[in-house]
Design a protein around this ligand. Structure first.
Ligand code: NIG
Ligand code: FE
Length: 414
């Protein structure tokens, strides 16, 4: 017979339930259950509530108790909606050049940048890539991140991009953490492609996307719109075809130049990510749309650039998810909680908005309705922090990590 698992008592269970998908959120809107418990069965939450009452209700119903005897605050397992963690090599050289005053674009033109990682990643075996991706994903899971979006985009040819998506799929099967794969073959035009950017995008459409569909490797496609990458017109053409093929659309937009947000809204993309340069008019467009803005403080920290206007976005009525952008170039840190806490203090985001950005709002940026909130029917993904007040989580600016993580109701050691 299938067993229920009652997890608790949590000093505070922060459910993230009954909060709006869009706009500002005050801390007093958070649902906090003191002495809370979660009942999980077959990976999904059956009920949340007072631990003692749940104990009485489920005590005789074939239930095992996962008893917590220290103070602990539970939040939904965190969700990173934007990473590039399937890569080989290091870009420490780029970083030293940035410290010496060179810009991201200058470094790319000088032989560093994305092209450098493409060279190393093409040469890496699947075994090497699996090992490094596994390491990064495990590290994330230990830190309470239970769902991670992972982009391809460091091989930029049909064979190589398929290799990356296969590796992501394989590691996803092997680990408890969920990896959500996204095709980012439209990262930049690779230097060895004979043809213009538009022809490169057509080759992705003709060769790669149908194969991704056939092998069921990803349901999402992303494009980098910026100087040094693709123009608005090129992206519009590419995304329209990808959409007609059934892909969910994601845009790297407004990192250095504007226009990406407006295109994402025009095409009703799932999310538009970066937004460092986004201005008032586009903020209004976003607020009126169903597109989820994903801000990436890790790339601001990695490049030494200002943060995206998170406060303005929230005040205008936009949703707001937060991703790490973990990648070897612009965002080498890979610490979602630390970056969220820093964005919060600079942008004046409430703790509720910060937590929303890495839980249910991040889930919506991935189109996932089965996680990000601790409530009946959703996944039993829980991050437990060894404190008695949820505010400690953001207050410690990333130096406080969960002591226990549950993925689909199963307790890690992962
Ligand atoms: O999101 N902006 C484009 N792509 C990545 C950086 C990738 C890299 O530098 O390797 C980003 O910042
Ligand atoms: Fe990115």
């Amino acid at each position: 017979m299938i067993k229920n698992r009652l997890i608790g008592p949590f000093t505070q269970l922060v459910t993230m339930d009954n909060l709006p998908l869009k706009g500002s959120v005050h801390d007093n809107q958070l649902e906090i259950i003191p002495n809370g418990g979660v009942v999980v069965c077959e990976g999904k939450i059956v009920k949340t509530g007072n631990f003692d009452e749940l104990g009485i209700e489920f005590g005789d119903r074939n239930t095992v108790i996962d008893y917590i005897d220290n103070e602990m605050v539970a939040i939904p397992g965190m969700i990173d909606p934007h990473t590039h963690i399937c890569w080989a090599g290091s870009r420490a050289n780029d970083y030293s050049l940035r410290l010496a005053g060179k810009s991201y674009l200058e470094i790319a033109l000088g032989g560093g940048g994305i092209g450098d990682t493409v060279e190393k990643t093409r040469l890496a075996s699947t075994t090497e890539l699996e090992a490094s991706l596994t390491e990064r994903a495990k590290n994330y899971l230990r830190n309470g991140v239970t769902t991670i979006e992972v982009k391809s985009g460091y091989c930029l040819n049909t064979e190589g991009e398929l290799k990356l998506l296969e590796v992501i799929g394989k590691v996803n099967k092997k680990l408890a953490v969920d990896l959500i794969p996204t095709c980012l073959a439209a990262h930049i035009k690779p230097s060895d492609f004979h043809g213009n950017p538009s022809e490169y995008l057509k080759s992705i459409i003709n060769e790669l996307l149908p194969e991704i569909k056939r092998r069921n490797l990803s349901a999402r496609t992303d494009i980098f719109i910026d100087s040094g990458a693709f123009t608005i017109a090129e992206a519009r053409e590419y995304l329209n075809v990808a959409k007609a093929m059934g892909f969910d659309l994601v845009v790297h937009g407004d990192q250095f130049t504007t226009g990406g947000v407006a295109l994402a809204c025009e095409l009703n993309a799932r999310s538009v990510d970066h937004l460092d340069m986004t201005k008032e008019g586009d903020i209004q467009l976003l607020a009126a749309s169903g597109v989820i803005p994903v801000v990436l403080p890790g790339s601001s920290l990695g490049l030494g650039n200002p943060f995206a206007p998170a406060r303005k976005l929230l005040d205008a009525g936009c949703s707001l998810a937060i991703g790490s952008d973990w990648n070897p170039g612009s965002a080498p840190m890979g610490d979602l909680l630390l970056q969220t806490a820093l964005l919060g203090i600079f942008e004046k985001m409430t703790m509720a908005e910060s937590l929303a950005g890495i839980t249910f709002r991040a889930a919506m940026a991935l189109g996932l309705t089965d996680r990000g909130i601790l409530k009946k029917g959703l996944l039993g993904d829980i991050a437990g922090f060894p404190v008695s007040d949820y505010r400690e989580i953001i207050y410690h600016q990333g130096s406080l990590n969960p002591s226990v993580v549950w993925k689909r109701g199963e307790k890690g050691i992962f």
